[in-house]
Design a protein around this ligand. Sequence first.
Ligand code: AHM
Ligand code: MG
Length: 343
Amino acid sequence: MRKAGVGITITQHILNQQRQNPEATGAFTTLLSELIVAAKVISREVNKAGLVDILGSTGKVNIQDEQVQKLDVFANGVIVERMQHIGELCCMGSEEVADLIEIPTEYPKGNYILVFDPLDGSSNIDVNVSIGTIFGIYKRINIDSDSDVLLEEVLQPGVNQVAAGYFIYGSSTIMVYTTGNGTGVHGFTLYPSVGEFLLSHEDIRIPERGKIYSVNEGNEQYWDEKTRAMVNYFKGSDNALGRPYTSRYVGSLVADFHRNLLKGGIFMYPADLKDPKKPSGKLRLMVEANPLAMVVTEAGGYASNGSGPILEIEPSQLHQRVPLYIGSKKDVEDAEAFISGKK
Ligand code: AHM
Ligand code: MG
């Protein structure tokens, strides 16, 4: 891993990757570059939280007599506004928006689809805990079609993603991304004084087995027996470590995932019976699970829904939820063995 400060810029890195892939076009570079600008704007606002009144709930009026937006609504607006005009997208899907986001007719369209969670873990903003933006990029299957994009074209399995990653707004702002196919997972740290993301974590590999388990154990009473047995396995001594795993749970998926990616471990949000309308747990397949599954898989880890790879699930809805077990390969395989009844 290279030390921050001597690394290349994210733009150079994307261009280098593009040159290595003869099929890659400048379209993809344009797309990622504009997304990075959006993230810089979000990072700036997140860093101001607490200093200026940007945490007010929607409905407040600021000094300019404008509606004060919640930060997650603001982040969604920044991404949509910046990305809709670049001419490389045919549509977007956001956690904050119920339907597909069409590209306005005044702008040209392209062949890429962007799905994103603009500000994940936003309940943590008020208490200065790390939050993030998660994204996945797909290619339209029916490329160069002039017709409007259909939801069916967006509902592709995660394995079709051409790139995925996240921005974490923490003690520093970091971007982690991959374009898959053995190109690796790379992290870039934003240098505020330079205004650039510089390579700080080259070719991240997640340890095959970790020492950390991350789960909201307050939900235990809503879990089934298999889930309880699985969590007890990690907490007990009769496991691969021969001693209890360490518990770490921030409650901000990007923060929990990023820590486990670097240090090893398993994050889980199991299916539960807390809300009978959401029997698959809380996290969303398209905007949360699939992008992080692509990252972890490329880094040598694994992501499962308890019975098989997250990346192979055929989505049926844009906002579909999914149980998520993600992190070090061997830890996730152990969890999967419990949930699927093999252990
Ligand atoms: P959000 O997208 O509305 O912010 O919700 C997702 C967040 C994740 O960041 C985090 O892993 C999870 O919710 C925590 O949920 P819980 O408070 O139920 O443990
Ligand atoms: Mg979220």
